[in-house]
Ligand binder design. Structure first.
Ligand code: OSB
Ligand code: MG
Length: 367
């Protein structure tokens, strides 16, 4: 496939409510879309970076710069298949979210040409996948319980609470007490704790959690190893896992029981599928993480989550959980599951009117 040009586009979608984590509060999702144009057709990808380098080192203006100056020129005007994209970009360090967005756009174009759904390409067999909701930090316990109730009413059966020092044991206890034992509950700290918090975190064992996600710094594997020795709740890694190699190392070191796979964080859906394979080989359950994606990224995440090792509910929620208006036909949840798109490629087409309405900037890159 010969790529003739790539369009970069920023869209801004107001969130239905603020989303507060241990590192930021987001009220608008400013997403970067990548549209690849080739002689064989076009394909779409979404870069999951956010505006500031507070989840990882990547940030959206940086992603735009590296795509424009380095990544896109490395794949344009030559015969390239999706499988060749990561090797063609390997000499350029880091920038995995930007690389992932370019790779999935090329893969989407390729699969649309071959009339093959992304799930089939990745070996995803499930027709629908269990999903949950990630609930941000709120101003009060009452507001948290009200939000959790709304999600349970919408059909979700798994809730993830964002925690940080000062917002952990008390809100988790309150939610467990409020929802009872039938609802699967887990927590995500986004690296907010330190080695001196080991015994504090172990108090969360009282609430029958599915897992505790990334309590410590992404490079601090050993404190995660130590947490597993003092805590019975399974430990899950998010930020630490950036490749199949880092997943294999973390597992061998005993730093995790479970892995959250985010395609952007690991450089693409093909690497994400390799991490799935590594984890399955080691008996480690995986689930698909989310970055408040628009329908473009969400469609592809559903295809990944159709792979057999994704045995835990993903952070993949209905469009209405995030936005009043998505830029694809809205995704819905029923009985705690979402359907895997069956169309070719990522399986959804962006709605031109909605894309245009939310676009704040765009640029053609034709090296
Ligand atoms: O750590 O999982 C995370 C959103 C932005 C950055 C990091 C994370 C998240 C989420 C959102 O938890 C999950 C979703 O997309 O629904
Ligand atoms: Mg996380």
């Amino acid at each position: 496939m010969r790529i003739t040009g790539v369009e970069l586009r920023r869209v801004e979608l107001p969130l239905v409510g603020p989303f507060q984590t241990s590192f930021a509060t987001e009220v608008v999702r400013s997403a970067l879309l990548v549209r690849v144009v080739s002689e064989a057709g076009e394909g779409w990808g979404e870069c999951v970076s956010i505006d500031e380098p507070v989840y990882s080192a990547e940030y959206t203006d940086g992603a735009i710069d590296v795509l424009r100056r380095f990544l896109i020129p490395a794949v344009c005007h030559r015969d390239i298949r999706a499988i060749d994209v990561a090797p063609a970009l390997a000499h350029l360090k880091g920038h995995r979210m930007a690389k992932a967005a370019l790779e999935i756009a090329i893969l989407d174009a390729e699969l649309r040409g071959a009339q093959m759904p992304l799930a089939d390409r990745l070996g995803g067999t499930a027709q629908s996948v269990p999903v949950g909701v990630s609930v941000g930090i709120t101003d009060s316990i009452a507001a948290l319980l009200a939000e959790v109730d709304r999600h349970l009413d919408a059909g979700y059966r798994r809730i993830k609470l964002k925690i940080r020092p000062g917002w952990d044991v008390v809100p988790t206890a309150a939610v467990r007490e409020h929802v009872g034992d039938a609802v699967a509950l887990q927590v995500d700290a986004n690296t907010a704790y330190r080695a001196t918090d080991l015994r504090h975190l172990a108090q969360l064992d009282a609430f029958g959690l599915l897992l505790v996600e990334q309590p410590f710094d992404e490079e601090d594997l050993m404190t995660h190893v130590r947490l597993r020795e003092v805590m019975s709740t399974p430990v899950c890694l998010d930020e630490t896992i950036v490749s199949a190699r880092s997943a294999a190392d973390a597992i061998r070191l005993g730093a995790c029981d479970i892995v959250n796979i985010k395609p952007g964080r690991v450089g693409g859906y093909l690497e994400a599928a390799r991490i799935h394979d590594v984890c399955v080989a080691h008996g480690i359950p995986v689930w698909c993480g989310g970055m408040l994606e628009t329908g473009i990224g969400r469609a592809a995440n559903l295809a990944l989550a159709a792979m057999p090792g994704f045995t835990l509910p993903g952070d993949i929620s209905a469009s209405e959980r995030y936005f009043a208006q998505d830029i694809t036909p809205p995704f819905t949840v029923h009985d705690g599951v979402m359907d895997v798109p069956r169309g070719p490629g990522i399986g959804v087409d962006p709605l031109p009117g909605a894309v245009a309405e939310h676009t704040t900037w765009s640029e053609w890159v034709t090296p």
